[in-house]
Design a protein around this ligand. Structure first.
Ligand SMILES: [Zn+2]
Length: 273
């Protein structure tokens, strides 16, 4: 693959309705190609766009590459195989989330610093060459840049840490499930795992910006589909602008230790061929 991009954005529900990246209406953004597909060992990749922010090249796909007929594990592997081949070093993800913490409200931003994985997708590595250490799994430098940029664009509440509980979906969680997670997690969604593992496997930094769109079932108040829809359409351009400006401010080589947190596996011949 001769394409090179050092930055990547995994688009979620926060930017879906805004035609990312052009929906940000940023004069520094140039769309280079919006119909790229790649043959990967895990099947044909989803469609990617390649764009530039000033001089920086960025690869992006919509909704984690999810599409019918392709398992989420395969969609994730296709995306990260492409990122690795393109030389991606810094990955930003975004999405809408529900709450597990009763202090949170719709339209709060959370930039989590840790996660809990309740998904059952386990076989999601690329080639299993590494022991992945999940300490500081969400890059401190990408996170602090996201926080600073979000503060410039948003006057509402921004939480600079939090725990993201990843469930399998696509349905939302039951009241009993939310009650179990309360006290252990702050937000609930379906799209931080396996991305956080795969980013570490390819030696890239990963962090995400998550916008609260609904209360977890049984918490605070029944959420309304109308409000969820309003957030989906109204706030997407702002989220797009935050991500574009984050890329603009983020150097490609950071001082963080993300790339040191993968070590050669000691289980050779068991998990990898
Ligand atoms: Zn990092």
């Amino acid at each position: 693959m001769d394409l090179k991009a050092l930055y990547a954005v995994i688009g979620g529900s926060g930017t879906l309705s805004s035609n990312f990246p052009l929906g940000a209406n940023d004069p520094g953004v140039v769309l280079i190609d919006d119909n790229l597909q790649f043959a990967t060992p895990y099947g044909l990749s989803p469609v990617f766009s390649l764009f530039s922010v000033d001089e920086k090249q960025v690869l992006t796909c919509k909704m984690h590459g999810w599409r019918s007929g392709v398992s989420r594990a395969d969609a994730s592997r296709q995306i990260f195989w492409v990122f690795r081949e393109a030389g991606v070093k810094r990955i930003i993800s975004e999405g809408g989330v529900g709450t597990a913490n009763h202090l949170l409200d719709p339209r709060d931003f959370v930039i989590p610093d840790d996660y809990l994985d309740f998904s059952v997708r386990k076989d999601v590595e690329l080639d299993g060459k590494y022991l992945l250490i999940m300490r500081d799994s969400l890059c401190s430098e990408v996170r602090s840049t996201l926080v600073a940029t979000t503060r410039q664009h948003y006057s509402g509440r921004i939480f600079t840490r939090g725990i993201y509980a990843n469930t399998d979906g696509r349905h939302f969680e039951s009241p009993a499930e939310v009650a179990m997670m309360k006290g252990h997690a702050d937000i609930i969604g379906q799209s931080i795992c396996p991305e956080v593992y795969l980013a570490r496997e390819i030696g890239a930094c990963f962090a995400g910006l998550y916008f609260v769109v609904n209360y977890g079932e049984g918490l605070v108040a029944e959420w309304s589909h109308e409000e969820l829809k309003d957030i989906f359409y109204d706030d997407a351009p702002m989220i797009s602008r935050i991500i574009i400006d984050t890329i603009r401010r983020l150097p490609v080589d950071g001082q963080c230790s993300c790339h040191e947190l993968r070590k050669e596996t000691l289980l050779k011949g068991i998990y990898n061929k």
